[in-house]
Design a protein around this ligand. Structure first.
Ligand SMILES: Cc1ncc(COP(=O)(O)O)c(C=O)c1O
Length: 410
């Protein structure tokens, strides 16, 4: 089924999430290899590259892949993979994929590639987005052109147990049936939302692969390699506080990091999807807002944004969110707790979380995971993990002892 959907692929593999799919692609590399990635990429991928792949001896280099000269210069004999997103997340920058492929294959990358190849070797999808379409399951797809590569991906998927679970397979097969209709509708509405944003005096810049959202060259490249402009829009307001107020005041657009649902969604990458990138390494403005336009009535969406912009500008007082299907909810508050700090001399000290930076709690359990100012979903999930730990161990011991006892009694 998936292989039919990607006629240029020799094989396509379904994974438990987009990140599991990307992880497997990175596992194709070995110690000493180099990966070049575009400098504007999804925060989770940045984390995988800089905090995981580097531990396996992979060299990671970030380059502006929209600049083909810069990319050419960055390639070394160690380069094995060029990872890129176009449009990129979150600045919607357009990379000329044919140009990149020509450079890559001219440089003999990957080494076994036939010279006549003009196309990408691996396509990765976060199926969590539009394939699912209902924000109720995660999945990732890896599509490869080369049969030998397909065998290696199949081996890794089997060896590492990263395949998509059966029930999720059913959900994705169901989601794919309406994918075309959902994407078409969302795309049409997104163009109307873009036109509204472009005309609004409080919006500084709109980043979108369509008229008014990018320069003419980027638009021409995008149109030559893609069938539509999509339904994800980035924009800035010129003020971090203004952006925060705007996001808070939205009623139909719901705050979340994962996009591509039938419901309209929004996020601020700096504190959410890209919070794990250290502030000094981020290439995105702090006031950037990302929208994922859903399939609701486009006029309702525009009215929602219009009232939120007015609230942010102090021209309208905010009203309660009652009556909407996708009511905005504040991100859950992390409960205060006592944490332990391991000092250099090995002595533990305790401090209440209220007096410490949130990232300190996180680092204790997941080394090097958190950014200095992570404050979105990612921090929340880690914090939930922490208090559960004292419970898990006794329960596991209890279960093992219980089973042994049962066996003895038999
Ligand atoms: C560009 C990009 N790659 C990868 C992912 C990760 O996908 P998943 O959430 O399915 O793990 C995301 C998720 O937002 C993304 O935007």
């Amino acid at each position: 089924m998936l292989e039919q959907a990607f006629p240029v692929a020799a094989a396509a593999f379904a994974f438990a999430s987009g990140m599991a799919a990307l992880h497997t692609v990175m596992r194709l590399l070995k110690h000493g290899d180099q990966v070049i990635a575009n400098e504007d990429i999804y925060g989770g991928m940045h984390r995988l590259l800089t905090q995981d792949c580097t531990n396996s001896g992979i060299d990671v280099k970030f380059v502006d892949t929209t600049d083909l000269n810069a990319l050419s210069k960055a390639i070394t004999p160690k380069t094995r993979l060029i990872h890129l997103e176009s449009p990129s997340n979150p600045r919607m920058r357009i990379t000329d994929m044919r140009g990149v492929c020509a450079i890559a294959h001219k440089s003999g990358l990957p080494s076994r590639a036939a010279p006549q190849r003009k196309c990408v070797d691996i396509v990765v999808h976060s199926a969590t987005k539009f394939f699912s379409g209902h924000a109720d399951c995660t999945g990732g797809l890896v599509c490869v052109r080369d049969p030998e590569l397909a065998h290696r991906v199949a081996f890794l998927q089997n060896a590492e147990g990263t395949a998509l679970a059966p029930f999720e397979c059913f959900l994705f097969l169901r989601g794919i049936k309406t994918m075309f209709l959902r994407v078409e509708r969302a795309q049409q509405s997104a163009r109307r939302v873009v036109n509204f944003l472009l005309r609004n005096p409080h919006i500084e810049k709109v980043l979108f692969p369509g008229p008014g959202g990018c320069d003419a060259t980027s638009l021409a490249i995008h149109c030559s390699q893609s069938k539509g402009s999509g339904s994800v829009i980035s924009f800035t307001t010129g003020s971090l506080d203004f952006s925060r107020r705007l996001v808070d005041a939205c009623k139909i657009f719901k705050t979340t990091v994962s996009f591509g649902s039938v419901n309209s969604l929004l996020e601020m990458p700096c504190t959410m999807s890209h919070a794990s990138i250290p502030a000094e390494k981020r290439t995105l403005p702090a006031d950037l807002i990302r929208l994922s336009v859903g399939i609701e009535d486009a006029q309702d969406l525009i009215l929602d944004l219009e009232q939120a912009i007015k609230v942010a500008a102090g021209e309208l007082s905010s009203t309660p969110h009652g009556g909407f299907d996708s009511e905005f909810q504040d991100l859950p508050v992390v409960p205060p707790m006592v944490d332990k700090t391991i000092q250099d001399d090995g002595v533990s000290t305790a401090a209440t979380s209220a007096t410490r930076a949130p990232s300190a709690r996180f680092n204790l359990f997941i080394q090097g995971e958190a950014s200095s100012d992570a404050s979105g979903d990612e921090e929340q999930s880690a914090a939930e993990f922490v208090p559960a730990m004292p419970l898990v161990l006794p329960l596991a011991v209890f279960a093992v002892c219980g089973l042994s006892l049962l066996r003895l009694l038999k």
